[in-house]
Design a protein around this ligand. Sequence first.
Ligand SMILES: Cc1ncc(COP(=O)(O)O)c(C=O)c1O
Length: 362
Amino acid sequence: MTGQEMDFLGQVIESGFLNDGPLTEKFEAQIAEFLGVPYAVALTSCTAGLYLSLMALGIGHGDEVLVPDITFIATANAVKMTGAEPVLVDVDLETFCISADDAKKKITNRTKAVIPVHVTGRPSNIPALLQLCKEHTLHMVEDAAEALGSASFGGFMGTHGITGCFSLSPAKTITTGQGGLIITKDATIHGRLRELKDQGRPKRGTGGDDVHSSLGFNFKFTDLQSAVGLAQLATLEGRIERLRRHYEIYAETLDNCPGIRLPNFDLADGACPQWTDIYVENGRDELHQHLKEQKMDCRKFWFPIHRQNAYKQDDKQFPNSIAVSNNAMWLPSSLNLTDEDISSVCHAIKSWAKSPQLAARS
Ligand SMILES: Cc1ncc(COP(=O)(O)O)c(C=O)c1O
């Protein structure tokens, strides 16, 4: 929060209008313009965005939706909220994103949609997934929670599907404390999303004379959040540049580091790593501990969804997601880190990788 957040918040408080109003419209318009789409809808969270996207497409009980086994659990939970079944799909070892090959195997006559998750901002295999959607008449809803400002295949992530959903929770490229965004190029879907986020009202009346033309809920954003969002958005390009720089230093310095692999971000194609992640061939937990002891905060990857209680399944179908979950972790990637900070993390990783214990590990 280094920009005009306080000024903009002060203006909203002075105005006396705190609800989802003119500032939220401005925030939505600026996001839509940045991403090059006609419509953006701000709402309470990315989870709500995924849920409403599926609802707007008429997906519910009896339907199936393909979801990667490596993701934050929100992706699967959003499908469950509609009454449809999330069908878990293994991931690619190169990208940690949904495997188009495995997705193809999991399609049944109940499958209605696929939700690729651009893990850490790294683009999923969009061309293969779009081809699959075409062949099997599926919708693609992008979980771009971690991919604001990351681009590939000729457009920003989130713009390739019928909708794209972003998270504004803390540690994302921009944050409003909590919050989410849905973008779409489809006017009808946009209309449905607006109704769904506001109790089924296409337009707000006085409160008494409102027409609720469909079922809907309260997933509204607030102008307080938009004040913060607009201030953050003004610095988005600088943030993207900084995150790409983090990755560049990590990639250059850790090149050829034994036992460490950085999944590729194609910076030239426009990809932006929201965080930098690595795959540790042997001893991920040990390296995590080693960095933690030096106050270099890292995060181990998620457990696979199929190992979480609500989605328990046999391990057999998910060899890659198990490997990613056991061996991957996120390196320090905070926006306020300097080049020197990143270099010292690289130094700590390299000295760990070369330590005598490595022989014992491998
Ligand atoms: C991949 C992914 N999907 C969905 C979400 C959910 O976002 P939110 O917390 O805004 O609901 C997150 C949040 O961190 C995420 O990382």
